[in-house]
Design a protein around this ligand. Structure first.
Ligand code: IPE
Ligand code: IPE
Ligand code: MG
Length: 251
């Protein structure tokens, strides 16, 4: 098993959990069975990341573009999400895990919102690890939303457009509230970002693995972290640094 240096952990790990459909189809099952198995992998990896000491874990669970999938698959995903939130409540509370969601949450069905909203409120003060679920999420959409908010404030006379700089813009990108992404993992063999954390992952180390998400386990997570630790993060400079500086870290 890959050995991990606990002193140099990525602070913010993000995962594109891909390959559920192929996992199921390769065994002659419906895609939705792959999603169910994928939800078990979510449990496993949230627990492993918490034990390891990762501060922020962001999981791409459903993209804005995934609404275009066949309705039965979308419905099955929403039902699994609801089930996950109901069954994981205790685990999150016991392990001090704060739950957040980013994305166009208002598009989610009430059956999901009814469990998601109270659970986010209930875990809001927990500091063991922050688990962010990207739901109905798109990186471009998030940037457009931030631009719109700033434009509205400028129109209302609350903001001088000349004040808009990187730090102010970033303060309007919710997925970066927990810090910029250090390590971005994608399972399932594709080597693309698929509109995930476009702003926060600007300097993320990328780790692609062939492993399909339902098969992704603790050892795979440690392997991804070990690969991250072998990288030399320079951020355009000549000396390496562990984490990308965060403009709001000093606040
Ligand atoms: C990832 O698995 C889960 C979601 C996108 C919701 P996929 O459903 O994309 O699985 P593949 O990529 O088709 O195998
Ligand atoms: C990205 O996977 C979205 C999630 C993992 C939720 P997709 O399967 O939707 O991405 P593409 O279609 O391969 O780009
Ligand atoms: Mg996919």
């Amino acid at each position: 098993m890959a050995s991990v240096d606990l002193q140099r952990l990525p602070r913010h790990v993000a995962i594109i959990m891909d390959g559920n459909g192929r996992w199921a189809q390769s065994q002659g099952h419906l895609r939705t069975l792959g999603h169910r198995e994928g939800s078990h992998a979510v449990r496993r990896i949230v627990r492993a990341a918490r034990r390891l000491g990762v501060q922020a874990l962001t999981l791409f669970a459903f993209s804005e573009q995934n609404w275009e999938r066949p309705a039965p698959e979308v419905m099955a995903l929403m039902e699994l999400l609801r089930e996950y939130l109901v069954t994981e409540r205790e685990e999150l509370l016991e392990n001090g895990i704060r739950l957040r969601a980013v994305g166009r949450i208002d598009r989610l069905p009430a059956t999901v919102r009814d469990v998601l909203d109270p659970l986010m409120a209930e875990t809001a003060d927990l500091r063991g690890m922050t688990l962010t679920l990207a739901l109905s999420y798109g990186g471009r959409e998030e940037i457009v939303d931030a631009a719109r908010r700033l434009a509205e404030r400028a129109r209302a006379g609350e903001l001088d457009p000349r004040e808009v700089d990187e730090a102010l813009f970033e303060a309007n990108v919710p997925s970066v509230d927990v810090g910029r992404v250090d390590l971005l993992v994608r399972t399932g063999g594709e080597q693309r970002i698929s509109n995930f954390l476009l702003w926060g992952a600007a300097y993320a180390e990328l780790h692609f693995t062939e492993r399909l998400w339902p098969d992704f386990d603790e050892a795979d997570l440690y392997e991804a972290v070990a690969a991250y630790q072998r990288r030399d993060r320079r951020f355009g400079r000549v000396t390496s640094a562990d984490h990308e500086p965060h403009p709001r870290a000093a606040e």
